[in-house]
Design a protein around this ligand. Structure first.
Ligand SMILES: C[S@@+](CC[C@H](N)C(=O)[O-])C[C@H]1O[C@@H](n2cnc3c(N)ncnc32)[C@H](O)[C@@H]1O
Length: 261
């Protein structure tokens, strides 16, 4: 792992650990929507938001609301990579009658602890949810070897934080069921970033420094045996667009070339 990747990991963990402790939310000094306003604006159903303790709303950092897409896919099992304080996990467990299990992984132990606290209020949903601390940059680690495959892998705001996306895609298929879906909500580049922009850790923290263009993404995933099913632009804020990206792994018994393993 390069020094940059290690520093990025430390900075992300510190930022999200701090976010879990910040009473008014990490974004309170910034004039952008957060908490209930953000979630309502993204279209999370108000009847679900009303059920949640207000503190938990301040530690939600979704890029978009995945619930209609996930409902239409009707997965029985979900792996939420970068689940934060488990709000999407709760919403899925509450809203999908066919759901059997959802596993959430995140690098921030403090956000996960908030997730555990949240789920104490909802025992029937909590029965279907397991949360673990893990580093998504090392999907080859032993924890991941113990995970069962899932019908759907969700990444709501965590994909652009992965440092080595080529390695990530090479390791991902072992976690996905046959015909399973990878569902990403994150920014895609609509313009080139200024030279040197992605060399600054700070520029990665809010999901821009690690953003790819659609062409870069297609090239990367094709090498790893994935295929884009749909890319939907939700909002354009040049030089990026907030997008929903739906992918499947298309090659049976695919083994990534050794250069990307
Ligand atoms: C934008 S937040 C989204 C959180 C959550 N999906 C939500 O909707 O609230 C990104 C999440 O990715 C997690 N994360 C970032 N890099 C990670 C890594 N290398 N391994 C595990 N989790 C990571 C952060 O701790 C954070 O919870």
């Amino acid at each position: 792992m390069s020094d940059f990747a290690k520093q990025l990991n430390r900075a992300l963990q510190a930022m999200y650990d701090n976010a879990s402790a910040c009473k008014d939310g990490i974004l309170s000094p910034v004039a952008i929507d957060r908490g209930l306003n953000l979630l309502a604006k993204l279209g999370y159903p108000e009847n679900l938001l009303e059920k949640l303790p207000p503190d938990s709303l301040e530690i939600a950092f979704p890029c978009a609301n995945p619930l209609s897409r996930i409902t239409s896919l009707a997965p029985k099992t979900i792996l939420d990579l970068g689940c934060g304080a488990a709000l999407d996990a709760f919403f899925c467990a509450h809203s999908l009658p066919c759901l059997q299990r959802i596993t959430g992984l995140d690098g921030s132990s403090k956000l996960l602890a908030k997730g555990v606290e949240l789920l104490r209020h909802f025992p029937s949903e909590a029965d279907k949810i397991s949360l673990f601390q893990a580093d998504l940059n090392h999907l080859g680690d032993s924890l991941f070897g113990q995970l069962k495959t899932s019908d759907l892998i969700l990444m709501n705001g965590s994909f652009n934080l992965i440092y080595d996306k080529q390695k990530f895609f090479a390791e991902l298929p072992s976690l996905l069921s046959k015909n399973g879906t990878l569902l990403i909500y994150d920014f895609l580049l609509t313009e080139e970033l200024p030279p040197g922009f992605s060399d600054e850790i700070d520029n990665w923290l809010w999901n821009i420094g690690g953003a790819l263009s659609e062409v870069e993404l297609e090239k990367l995933i094709t090498t790893a045996g994935f295929k884009v099913v749909e890319i939907n632009e939700i909002e354009r804020i040049d030089p990026v667009a907030r997008c929903e990206i739906v992918m499947v792994h298309q090659i049976k018994n695919f083994t990534a070339p050794s250069s990307i393993r």
